[in-house]
Design a protein around this ligand. Sequence first.
Ligand code: AHR
Length: 659
Amino acid sequence: MSRRYKLAFLIFLLITVGTKTFAKEPIITVNVQKPVAQVQPTMWGIFFEDINFAADGGIYAELVKNRSFEFTKPLMGWKITKDDNLTDVLVINQDEVNPANPRFIRVKLAEGEKPVILTNEGFRGMGVKKGINYHFSVLARKFEGNTQKLQIELVSSAGEIIGSAGISPDSKEWKKYSVSFESSATDLNAKLNITIDGKGELDLDMISLFPDDTWKNRPGGLRADLVQLLNDLKPGFLRFPGGCIVEGHELATRYQWKKTIGDIDQRQLIVNRWNTEFKHRLTPDYFQTFGLGFFEYFQLAEDIGAEPLPILSCGMACQFNTAELVPLDQLDPYIQDALDLIEFANGSETSTWGKIRAKMGHPAPFNLKMIGVGNEQWGPQYIERYVLFAKAIAEKYPDIKIVSGTGPSPDGKYFDYAAKELKKLNAQIVDEHYYANPEWFLKNATRYDNYDRSGYKIFAGEYAAQSINTCNPDNKNDWNCAMSEAAFMTGLERNADVVNLCSYAPLFAHIDGWQWTPDLIWFNNLNSFGTANYYVQKMFSNNKGTHVLPMLEDGKPLVGQNGLYASATFDQNSNEIILKVVNSSDKIQTVKVVLDGAKKLAAKGTITIMKSDNLNIYNSIEKPIEIVPAEQDFLVKGKVLDLKLETHSFSVIRVKQLK
Ligand code: AHR
């Protein structure tokens, strides 16, 4: 080889290795005229469970923890400052009179004694904002003695009073008193002081503090920033209230929807089953007040344009815990709960349960179309119970779709058994759960390519790539996990004829109060952020399309060739072709995408890219936008797109067909 050729060869090698490209430029064909399946409007949704302080201490904007003294330790979250033994704070239990809310406190003040101060610490503090109004309310009764004044003070973490107001209870009967005040400062860790002065005995219950700036400014409502993040996903459905929370650690602590509607002070509090689930993440102050109850879940679904998907206990407590079973001949009340729930959601204003919905402020039906029977159950006991539920629901409400499940794993003997039995029973929609490492997600991009088309539809109801392993407290929402989920999701999308609903899990986590990681959205008492996984979900659900298009290289879908994973849809509403491509390799790749059969295309398309060569990168409260998508325009020339796919990237490409 001459010196000149040697030099040229060396330069060629350097360029090739330096830019790390594959030698052959693949040609990918998208057949625009041949949609192969419809994408259901429900395709990409949300899984909500009250885990990690998702509800109380999270999206439910109540700032007072243990507002009705019903925690196992009645004064948990409260500090009492008093000067003398003659003055006292008693916990009274009137279970016979008010079983749903039996406890209250009686503050006994002796003549001439110093005031009593009740301090509530909030949920790992109270997040308050300068210039925002706070609404304080309390149920009070003057039991004995002179008028007493309640001085309400919001106290900053530095000990300064940043808001105050007064209340003078005047009734000898239980009565609600309310007052509002503005916070003069922003603080992540404020607390609430209630100073009680005078002489006599005063009864107090349901001590509450809510910000004014809730979602849609609803009194006693939800945290606006967290709902906004959900709304931005444009979710197809909202599954609630879980998760294992549906089942309960034991049957007594299962989720009973009827106890979560109506007056707030009559919603019977129970322990949250995640309270002591993990020894490494104990949260003994985790209870469920049900301020976010079934009415509010339906309302939330409606607000964010998602189909409601309630999941109910099927008479089996969590099989990882007590595995308690309701005998088959005593299952009727559980089945009745399901039938009544459908009436609560859809019944007329004159029906028994529809009337309650109307009284709560929603005369129009919620238009429920699906209901889930059991969460993560397994074995013949589940199938036996499912059969009874399915029969009763189908008889009374033949249009309601029933969601059943295959248990906690995506394979193995429990999965195989449930899948086989549910198919025999003509199950309609079956929930599968995948918690696995990123490699599993890449490998399973083909999971549904050869799935049985004659059976039930799939609800990919809980999935999340685990950077270490399931339940490991060191799992991170890193880019490696999120990118592998994106690759897997191209497989879900390609098979949208059989996969009808999908949701990442869990949804929320409080930075100081979580039990389970990874999670889609993290927050503290003031701020919140989406993880890399959140943005992947958003890129799919905001770019859903209405029909699946075949996207093939050499006649085969892209499922890992050169590290590429891809799917394509067409949106008949906007007349756009939408491509989703993951390049999981460490090489930049250029590909040609032939839009076969496309009509004339707009001169400009958009490409939204998420990428990082640091696979371990993740967003955090300190650095919430370390990895987020960026959108840019690109020029479309003809019907062949020349795409440059960055290393370790996920891209969504939108190209418009002109009419
Ligand atoms: O998402 C966390 C838990 O994982 C859910 O509660 C349960 O269904 C699954 O085991």
